[in-house]
Design a protein around this ligand. Structure first.
Ligand code: NAP
Length: 470
């Protein structure tokens, strides 16, 4: 058999689908998995694509099966397994080869791995992949970080396997070392916020408007062809109309209200805090997942306090329309924050992240794909140096149009005791961002009072101190 064009290690959910996608696009791929039975099962199920797949049982056979210079994708669990895999591969590879870590790595690990291998082994590329199993099989969104020359060598295969938006590949080189994994992290942070805000409006419909899952599904189905048109709205409608075969109830009603998390949402928040750029909608979403997991404590608290009485029930289509507009406003906050965090990271790590390109490669293949991202791509193309997405003409207009509905939805939620942490944070974020005269003058004074930290005055230069305590 001819030597493979590319190698792939890790035949779990993502790796197996990515390998089939590569073979589907006419490339010959060599595969290896730590547990050999998984490799055998994969090869046996590959069907007609097996002609372009070489299944190997040892790393030595794997490397020998690939044509040099070798691109080798690692798609294993993030963290130590990636370091172990690199250590095992390094002695077998040549400096002209390229290791591509396609898992959800922390970008700081990617930077470390990139630096360790620089001039001392094969090239190293950190590649964010989004789209789940289906995306990996038929076209994910691919965010690449590393040396541009390495990207140029792997670009044909990566663009071939990526999703396409109106024919344009959703794969791009975004910058040096950890840029790809950083952007994937923020993608996931935004995904957390997007999902949380959808769950919040679902909660209003379920617990305030007393709608059943099927009726809520119909609302999401209608929204799916409006400005909220997106994969997450589509799947939400699908999920809500699915019935459980065992109980006959809507499946969502028998699913436990506690969501897990693997780390990328938390990393987004940590990095945004480290750079001093607020990502409050993402923070609220991460915190909401943590609170969701505290089921016992929540049950005890409900037992102790009960639920607040419904004091003001607005009903009817006007409320549904407000929820749609509020979700749009909340999305603008989450994306504005996510892009602002990326802009700060771009400066800090000298990446020169291309914001319009990032929005473009998120338009298809990834979990947050939406019509909205096409509008973000257009906004950043027209005003590339804008400080905040909210200040672009298109999004300012959208914010003005959705401002009142967002306020009505959040005030209804607060007064009736319905949790809406991400949407409430969106309101607070805009209200703080749009107010030229804030209240931090008092905080400056307090800091100077107790810690002599000094303050600035409007009418004098330099650090000042107050005459506190007489
Ligand atoms: P998975 O189905 O759980 O498969 C994990 C893979 O990692 C298996 O091939 C496993 O090999 C291998 N592995 C684990 N520990 C290893 C070690 N110490 N040494 C060598 N191989 C090891 O995971 P997955 O969902 O495909 O995810 C793979 C990566 O993609 C992760 O970084 C994940 O965060 C990322 N990702 C996942 C998704 C998703 O939707 N699932 C989306 C984007 C990115 P064995 O068969 O030997 O256990």
């Amino acid at each position: 058999m001819a030597q493979a064009d590319i190698g792939l290690i890790g035949l779990g959910v993502m790796g197996a689908n990515l390998a089939l996608n590569i073979a589907d696009k006419g490339y010959h791929v060599a595969v290896y998995n730590r547990t050999q039975s998984r490799t055998e099962a994969f090869a046996a199920a590959a069907g007609p694509l097996s002609d372009r797949i070489t299944a190997t049982a040892t790393l030595e056979d794997f490397v020998a099966a690939i044509k040099p210079p070798r691109p080798v994708i690692i798609m294993v669990q993030a963290g130590d397994p990636v370091d172990e895999q690199i250590a095992a591969l390094k002695p077998l590879l040549q400096d002209s080869d390229i290791i591509i870590d396609a898992g959800n790595a922390n970008f700081r690990d990617t930077m470390r791995r990139f630096e360790n291998l620089k001039g001392n082994g094969p090239g190293f590329v950190g590649m964010g992949v989004s789209g789940g199993a289906e995306g990996a099989r038929h076209g994910p969104s691919i965010m690449v970080g590393g040396a541009e020359a390495d990207w140029r060598r792997i670009e044909p295969v990566l663009t071939a396997i990526s999703a396409k938006y109106k024919g344009e590949p959703c794969a791009a080189w975004l910058g040096d070392n950890g840029a790809g994994h950083f952007v994937k992290t923020i993608h996931n942070g935004i995904e957390y916020a997007d999902m949380q805000m959808i769950a919040e409006v679902y909660g209003v419909m379920r617990d305030h408007l007393n709608m059943d899952a099927v009726s809520i599904a119909s609302v999401f189905s209608v929204w799916a062809s409006g400005p909220l048109d997106s994969y997450l709205i589509d799947i939400t409608a699908e999920v809500l109309k699915t019935h459980d075969l065992a109980s006959g109830k809507p499946l969502v009603d028998v699913i436990v209200d506690a969501a897990g998390q693997k780390g990328t949402g938390r990393w987004s928040v940590i990095e945004s805090q480290m750079m001093g750029v607020p990502a409050t909608a993402i923070e609220a979403a991460v915190a909401a997942r943590s609170l969701s997991a505290m089921r016992g404590e929540r049950a005890a608290a409900e037992h102790r306090f009960g639920l607040p009485a419904i004091v003001d029930r607005r009903e009817g289509q006007a409320v549904i329309d407000d929820l749609e507009q509020a979700l749009l406003a909340g999305k603008i906050a989450a994306y504005a924050q996510g892009f602002a965090v990326m802009a700060a990271a771009s400066k800090e790590f000298d990446w020169n992240l291309p914001m319009a390109t990032i929005a473009r490669i998120w338009r298809a293949g990834c979990i947050i794909r939406s019509r909205f991202l096409d509008e973000i791509a257009a906004a950043f193309s027209e005003t590339p140096d804008v400080d905040n997405l909210a200040m672009t003409p298109a999004f300012s207009a959208m914010l003005e149009a959705t401002d009142r509905p967002l306020r009505r939805v959040v005030s209804d939620a607060v007064i009736n005791g319905l949790p809406a942490p991400a949407l409430s944070n969106a309101v607070s974020y805009f209200d703080t961002y749009r107010r030229a005269r804030g209240t931090a003058n008092l905080i400056q004074a307090q800091r100077d009072f107790f810690g002599s930290h000094g303050f600035e005055r409007f009418d004098a230069d330099g650090e000042q101190h107050g005459p506190w305590g007489g």
